[in-house]
Design a protein around this ligand. Structure first.
Ligand code: NAI
Ligand code: MG
Length: 357
């Protein structure tokens, strides 16, 4: 059956990097029998400029009816005077909420060819390959009550609430255990169960779900220690699962162990394995329109899409191998080039991946 992909280039470098990913999808369709059809729509600053909204109803409807969404990036100083509700980034949050994307998968992989990009010692990070599974639609970012209130004394008080139901914890843990089964069958659940009751429940549910996955070795770690261990000895981890806020922080830290923001993809999934796939970096307004952005994070996001939402792991392997091959050939965009070496542009990098495939 032909699967539907919605392409949302966004703004900033989004359209440039997404164009390379679309070339790749076209090639897989034409030459390797991948059964997909694509449609393109506006989101973020591009949508705001067109109709005054970062997420038009028509875009959300198309996203809901697609099997997967590929997103470039959104945001930038051009739209920063706007109120928060109209900013490009609100388009992303609207897609996450509208599609119920509760599971965020963030790999942190250090390509051996880019070992010098990390700020950590080579022996600490060589071969690093971690997957962080972050809960994305609950926790303290969404809990009620929230806000800033003024007390009788006149002093103001800021409030946010950490809240998770058992079923919210259970479904994210299942995604994490399934991910661990596809990898090396080791899962570390990160919480703060010594201080926060909500994450005491998290730990209890993780253990309960783990009974359905006897092959997976489950461990637990407090988040402060996890932050320390990620920097001290990151290779001890394989798959990590954690709450929305802890995951936000730990996944950024893990990503930076690899030193290359232009290389890292991400997936956000809902209960039906419908997903939104995007590079972890932003719209890079400083280099937008120059044709120098690294398209590999977006290309690797397509690989994740093929693996997680389109049941086409053989095509995902094909892409990942092609990316390794171009890195072996020494091709580098500016963000991953060693100082003093020559960098190629966005389209040249995309073409090299096509060629390798
Ligand atoms: P950023 O990720 O856009 O850029 C940080 C630095 O990395 C910049 O120097 C940029 O040139 C570089 N960079 C990023 N992606 C690159 C690529 N593919 N190739 C080469 N270099 C790359 O983060 P920043 O500057 O904090 O945010 C810029 C805008 O993007 C803001 O409006 C922010 O809100 C938005 N943003 C959007 C995200 C999304 O669409 N998912 C995620 C993060 C930020
Ligand atoms: Mg973040």
């Amino acid at each position: 059956m032909t699967k539907k992909i919605l392409i949302l280039p966004g703004d900033g470098i989004g359209p440039e990097i997404v164009a390379e990913a679309v070339k790749l999808l076209d090639c897989l369709r034409a030459d390797f029998g991948l059964a997909v059809e694509t449609e393109t729509a506006l989101v973020g600053g591009a949508a705001y400029d067109d109709c005054g909204l970062p997420l038009p109803e028509s875009t959300l409807d198309l996203a809901k009816s697609a099997d997967a969404v590929l997103l470039g990036a959104v945001g930038g100083p051009k739209w920063e005077p706007l109120e928060i509700a109209l900013r490009p980034e609100k388009g992303l949050l609207g897609l996450r909420a509208g599609l119920g994307l509760f599971a965020n998968l963030r790999p942190a992989i250090l390509y051996p060819q880019l070992a010098e990009a990390s700020t950590l010692k080579p022996e600490v990070v060589a071969g690093l390959d971690i997957m962080i599974v972050r809960e994305l639609t609950g926790g303290i970012y969404f809990g009620q009550p929230r806000g800033v209130e003024t007390l009788a004394s006149g002093e103001r008080r800021g409030i946010n609430t950490l809240v998770y139901t058992e079923s919210e914890i259970e479904r994210i843990c299942r995604v994490a255990f399934d991910t661990a089964m596809r990898r090396n069958r080791r899962l570390c659940s990160v919480d703060k169960a010594n201080v926060l009751e909500c994450t005491e429940l998290w730990r209890e549910v993780a253990i309960r779900v783990g009974r359905d996955y006897p092959e997976v070795e489950l461990s637990h770690m407090y988040v402060d220690n996890a932050a320390m261990q990620l920097v001290r000895a990151p290779k001890q981890f394989d798959v990590m699962v954690t709450t929305n806020m802890f995951g936000d922080i730990l996944s950024d830290a893990a990503a930076m162990l690899t030193g290359s923001i232009g290389m890292l993809p991400s997936a956000s999934l809902n209960a039906e394995n419908q997903g939104m796939y995007e590079p972890i970096h932003g719209s890079a307004p400083d280099i937008a329109g120059q044709g120098v952005a690294n398209p590999l994070a977006t290309i690797l996001s397509v690989a994740m899409m093929l693996r997680y939402s389109l049941s086409a792991p053989e095509h995902a392997d094909r892409i990942e191998q092609a990316v390794s091959k171009v890195l072996n050939q020494g091709l580098r965009t500016g963000d991953i080039a060693a100082p003093g070496t020559t960098a190629v542009g966005t389209a040249a990098m995309g073409d090299a991946v096509l060629e390798a495939i």
